[in-house]
Ligand binder design. Structure first.
Ligand SMILES: Nc1ncnc2c1ncn2[C@@H]1O[C@H](COP(=O)(O)OP(=O)(O)OP(=O)(O)O)[C@@H](O)[C@H]1O
Length: 327
């Protein structure tokens, strides 16, 4: 049994299906990336997992508590840290006061240690905080009671690159000491750097669930070549896709063996070559670019309607902080 076990989880908002028949497991001690663009259903899933929304169908177990069992979930939440996308701190309170308040409810054994890493100006009122400072205060609050499971909704938003890096490093360390982390994001480069596995969500449905390495492997390599002579032409090699040619420059995605590629290139007068991993963005676009019938290898069951993200009618921004972290 995982730290989070989701089975057939569905939330129907009426006009929109927030999430549709989600099934996945988050294993103990892993960083699980939950990826999707705006409106894909990430926040809905998180709010369901925390009992802040009721499922229309299906259920989930979080730290062994069924999310439909309020008592059990309240008990489990003592061991959970939650960083919402919209931090609803009391605007007139100082950072110090906010931490005191949450500390009194949930505990704060790691508070000082965390304040060395994340440095919100505790003596200032929240209304004077920059978004980065709010996020840092949120991070201290999320981790200060030393939770076993942390659920984070877009955790790097608002942080400058240095602080983002610090957070990602911190998350890796937390994982190494056994904390399970559910990391919702649309920023693929960061997910790639910290997550062990990813679930990709599109319009409420899980379209892929796999470890980051295989996702990258399946995506192949991006090869860029410059030939000495544009007249010589370039015969695409087996395993090449998305071939683009502009004069002497050629680029393609390659999923074959390196040796085959190198011997193929030996037939040409190559003046420059670059071989990169595909960006997760490219792989990601693969899923979002696909139409109904576009099932890819490794993609979870279920075709998904095409089209862009839905309009947002999200009520998540205005809830009081106490709702988010009731112990
Ligand atoms: N309270 C609500 N009432 C009606 N529809 C809602 C509500 N909350 C969310 N939705 C809809 O459900 C879908 C999923 O929204 P959700 O906020 O879960 O997505 P998300 O992946 O978290 O997006 P974002 O990255 O923008 O936060 C969207 O179509 C959204 O408009």
């Amino acid at each position: 049994m995982g730290t989070i076990d989701v089975g057939g989880l569905t939330k129907d908002y009426g006009e929109v299906l927030g999430v549709d028949d989600l099934t996945f497991t988050v294993e103990a001690g892993e960083i699980f990336g939950f990826l999707g663009p705006n409106g894909a259903g990430k926040t809905t899933t998180i709010r369901l997992l925390l009992g802040l929304l009721e499922p229309t169908a299906g259920t989930a177990r979080v730290l062994d508590a069924d999310i439909r069992n309020e008592r059990a979930l309240i008990e489990a939440k003592r061991r959970i840290g939650y960083l919402p996308a919209d931090l609803g701190f009391e605007e007139k309170a100082t950072g110090e006061r906010v931490l005191e308040y949450f500390g009194s409810i949930q505990g704060d054994s790691r508070r000082e240690e965390l304040l060395e890493l994340f440095t919100p100006p505790l003596d200032r009122e929240i209304r004077e905080y920059s978004s980065g400072n709010r996020q840092m205060l949120g991070l201290v609050q999320t981790f200060m009671h030393d939770p076993d499971l942390v659920i984070m909704d877009e955790p790097t938003s608002g942080l400058d690159p240095l602080k983002q890096e610090r957070l990602l490093e911190f998350l890796r360390d937390e994982r190494d000491r056994g904390t399970t982390i559910f990391f919702s994001s649309h920023v693929l480069s960061e997910v790639r750097r910290v997550c062990d596995r990813v679930g990709i969500l599109r319009e409420g449905r899980l379209v892929a669930l796999e470890d980051v390495e295989s996702l990258l492997e399946r995506g192949g390599k991006r090869v860029r070549l410059r030939l000495a002579d544009s007249e010589s032409g370039f015969e695409p090699i087996d395993g090449a896709a998305e071939v683009e040619t502009a004069g002497r420059s050629i680029s393609f995605t390659y999923t074959g063996e390196y040796n085959a590629l190198l011997s193929h290139l030996a037939d040409y007068d190559v003046v420059d070559v670059e071989i990169d991993e595909p960006s997760l963005e490219t792989i990601f676009m693969h899923y979002y670019g696909a139409t109904d019938d576009g099932g890819e290898a490794g993609v979870a069951e279920g075709g998904v309607a095409g089209g862009g993200p839905n309009d947002e009618i999200d009520d998540a921004g205005n809830r009081p902080m106490s709702e988010e972290t009731d112990a």
